[in-house]
Design a protein around this ligand. Structure first.
Ligand code: G3P
Length: 273
């Protein structure tokens, strides 16, 4: 499984790349906002184009998703081309992120698919975002997407909200097999958790040998990463705090303390004379 980092914070991207575990970067307007707000709070001046170029250089050799901001075909297509032409020459690693259904109402329009199709036809790699159902992933793949991004954590949020459960923490674990409420597993048209959504997309894509890669997104905790890995999903895009959480275990720290306290002078002498 490839690991992408889900952030626009350059310090996090640089640090994570230095660990040798990162295969790509995903951003979106919210992640860019978080990064910019943090810099503004520190009183730093921001030139957004220079900032994005730095991200692309740090991630050289690995794909970096940049998202459009429009909500109709004309603007998304224009913005996708603009982002690609402006930034891909820096390190040849730009992927354009397009929402599967850009409608702001709870209905559908096909502008996302049309944009995915047109950009892909021109050889521009597209990452299709806000995938919340298997059907959307199928359509995105058929339209030529290089990647689809199912939002696991947001599906878990949605399932909790369905039963009026509001007081959960954002990074709280939600079981892959779902949660029972009044004798029925809470579900969204048969999907019982975010990981279940990812698993079903993996199954369908494997069955039909789709070339589109699946990026499990909206990941909230390390156990969810493990379950995503078990599905055979190609990629997980992981926030910085979850990457750190993946490293931590009580017995690892306990073991470290014991090793450190057991170092005898004779052994220490090898290293420090
Ligand atoms: O990759 C999508 C991601 O950034 C959304 O995450 O936690 O806001 O649902 P979240």
């Amino acid at each position: 499984m490839k690991i992408f980092i889900d952030t626009a914070k350059i310090n996090e991207i640089e640090e994570a790349f230095s660990w040798g575990i990162i295969d790509g970067v995903t951003t979106n307007p919210t992640l860019i906002k978080n990064a910019i707000d943090e810099l503004k709070n520190k009183g730093e001046k921001i030139d957004i184009e220079t900032y994005i170029k730095r991200i692309l250089e740090v991630a050289k050799g690995c794909p970096v998703s940049l998202e459009v901001i429009g909500t109709d075909y004309e603007s998304m297509y224009r913005e996708g081309i603009l982002l690609y032409e402006k930034f891909n020459k820096i390190a040849n690693n730009v992927v354009i992120k397009i929402p599967i259904n850009p409608s702001l109402e709870e209905d559908g329009n096909f502008d996302g698919l049309k944009t995915i199709c047109r950009l892909s036809e021109q050889g521009i790699p597209v990452n299709v975002t806000l995938i919340m159902k298997v059907e959307q992933a199928i359509l995105a793949a058929k339209a030529g997407a290089k990647y689809v991004s199912p939002f696991a954590g947001r599906i878990d949020d949605y399932l909790r909200n369905k039963i009026g459960w509001k007081d959960f923490k954002k990074d709280e674990y939600y079981p892959e097999i779902g949660i029972k409420f009044k004798d029925e597993t809470i579900n969204d048209e048969g999907i019982v958790s975010g990981v279940d959504l990812v698993r079903k997309i993996v199954e369908v894509f494997n069955k039909y040998k789709f070339k589109t890669e699946i990026i499990a997104a909206s990941i909230r905790n390390s156990r969810q990463v493990r379950e995503i890995a078990e599905t055979g999903c190609h990629i997980a895009t992981i926030p910085f705090y979850v990457l750190k959480e993946m490293l931590v275990h009580y017995k690892t720290s306990e073991g470290m303390k014991k090793f450190v306290s057991d170092v005898v002078p004779e052994y220490k002498e090898i290293f420090y004379k």
